[in-house]
Structure formats: structure tokens, C-alpha cells
Write a protein that binds this ligand. Sequence first.
Ligand code: ADP
Length: 374
Amino acid sequence: MTEEKSPHVLSGTFLSEEDNFRRTLLSVSDAVYLTDKERQIIFWNKACEIITGYSASEVLGRRCSDNILNHVDMEGRPLCNSDLCPLYQSITTGISSSKPMVLMALRKDKSRLAVEVSVAPLFDGEGNIEGGVEVFRDITEKQQLSEKKAQFLSSISHELKGPITIIQGFLELILSGSTGETNTLQNDFLTSAYKEGQRFQKILDDLSDLARFESTEFSFTFEPVDISELLMALNERNIGEATRKGLKIEMKVEEGIFVLGDWNRLYQAFYNIVSNAIKYTEKGRVFLSAKKLKDTVLIEIEDTGIGISDKDLPMIFEMFYRVDSEVGKKVGGTGIGLSIVEKIIQRHHGFIEVRSEPGIGSKFIIRLPILADN
Ligand code: ADP
């Protein structure tokens, strides 16, 4: 198939380079389309045609935001004509999505479907951004299954919360001395049981949070969030624990940067990252910074802690994944925190990445789109 004859291809340096590569892209089972910098579609493969109902000749040369896919997020917010469009963000920042995002799309026949979307910028030979690529797949069935899983997780954690709250209540009562004297050994055993109960409660809280984030019915409350205010509040909450460990928390935060976000959820995400930074750092400092970078705010949380090896780095956002380390065993944890962080950042159309060196420290980098008139 030559480039001129193919109805799937319009133009583009990237596409004219490798004929075989283009042919492969055309027939892969995932929907793949490419755009130029203005998001005008220059390539539309067969899976795009099957999933959306639009043929290549109908869409080539049109902007993808021009009533074609009509992506909306799980809160029902339209993305295509806003700065929140993942492809637009990727083209403007030059960053690929770290994991697929779950969005809704509209078919030509106006039916809605759930899609998993990944985006990346396209570069020319000199490293300049010349467009973007979006890969998506129909996950309607997978989504229905994950809804069922979320409901199951949610009811299990709800059922378990009741008994453990009662057990903790009785333990508290005995430990307070109001039911009579306990000897030192009994006291030690009861205190250990109470602490384990607290750990169990924390796991149940994390599980029910996870279940809620998996569910499309769980919506966030979006409002303008002042990033410096949020990081200050976080600092106040963490300073005590850091000081106890002899760590310094330093901050360099630009004021007046707003994002459209859910304050409580963003707070929860950054709290998880900062409390990990403190948890996994024995000496030195934790450094929080935030600055405006084009249409995004760049937030970095850096520590001088134990670091994470290259082998573990790709896994740490996986649910229940914990690095096998002495410090990790000592401080304890569930391996759920960072998977919640990732879900929250994705629901805010942001990106998160980590750079780390064992023995030197880690840096968590988060990019969030800033509020349009900010
Ligand atoms: P956990 O409850 O185990 O802390 P998380 O999901 O928050 O679970 O983190 C997953 C794993 O990533 C942790 O067990 C730890 O090994 C690693 N990790 C996270 N943050 C850091 C950090 N700042 N420094 C070193 N390791 C970290």
C-alpha cells in the first residue's frame, strides 16, 4: 500500500519514514491514531474504524476534537476542547502518559463506550514535537468486571470494619483501666493487639478507598485548589513526625498556582508521598517544591532516603507491591498507598513519575494541568 493510495494516512514525517511500521500500525488490534501539533488527524488505523464507526476517509484532516471521539472523563467533564485533553497535554509538555487512563468516548452512532487511553508525543529527527499519538481500546466489559470487583471489595471492607471497631473499643476500655487492673504482661499483650488492630483498620480504609477509585460511580468534587496552600497544610501535618526522626522538611513553593481538583483527594495523594518520603528516610531532608511550567504545575517531593532500585521502580505503583528491604520491614506498610496516589493523579489528568537511586534518595515528580485563567 503506497502512502498516496492509503485512506488511512494523510502526511507526516513520522509516517513517511517506515512503510512496514505503518502497515503494522494499521492492523494492530488496538485503536491507534496520530495527529499533527494542531491535533489534526494524519493517521487512523483499522481498529479505530471498527471501534468508533468512523472510516479513515471521514476523519483524516479533521481535528480529533472536532466531534469525533468526544472524550469525557469519569466525572462527565468534556476533555476534547479543553486543556485537560490528554493528547493536548502530551503534545505541549512532550511527556507520555505513564499508564492508560480510563475515559468515555462516543461512537459515530452516538453510543458511549469506556476506553483505556494512552498518549505520547511524536518527535521529528531533531527532537522537536511534531504531533501526538493516541492508543485506545474498548474496555466496556473489563469496566463492568472492575465495577463488580469494586462492589465486592467495598462490601467486604465495610463488613470487616464493624467487628474490628468493636474489638478496638473493648481493648481501649481494658487498657484505660476502667475494667480493673491488668499486670504488665497482660498490658503488653493488649497494647500489641490494639496496635495490630490499628494496622488492620488502616488496611481496611485503604481497601475501601481503592474500591471507590475503581468504581466509575465514585465522583470527585472539583473546585479551584491552591497548590501552595495544600502543600503548606501538608507540611504542618508532617513536620512533627519529621522532627521526631531528626529530618528537615524544606519547601520552595510558588504561590498562587491553582488547579481544578478535589482538595481532599489531592491532599491524600500528596500526604501518601510525603509520609513515604519521611518513612523511608533515616537521615537528611525532605524537599517539597512547586512551580508553574507552561500549562502545568510541576510538584516535586525529594528525599535523601533509602532509594528504590531500577528493578523495583516500575512496580511501586502496583497494588500491594512493597520493596523487600530492612527499613521497609521495620516501618511496615500495605503497598496500597502509591496505587491510590496514581489513581488520584490520573483522575486529575496529571502525570506522576519517580526517579531514584538506592542509598541516595528518591524524587516523585507530579505534573497537573493548571486552571485555565491562572
Ligand atoms: P507502603 O504502605 O508499603 O509504604 P506504598 O504503596 O506507599 O506502600 O509504597 C510502595 C513501596 O514503594 C513501598 O513499600 C516502598 O518500598 C517504596 N517506596 C515508596 N516511597 C518511597 C520512598 N520515598 N523511598 C523509598 N522507597 C519508597
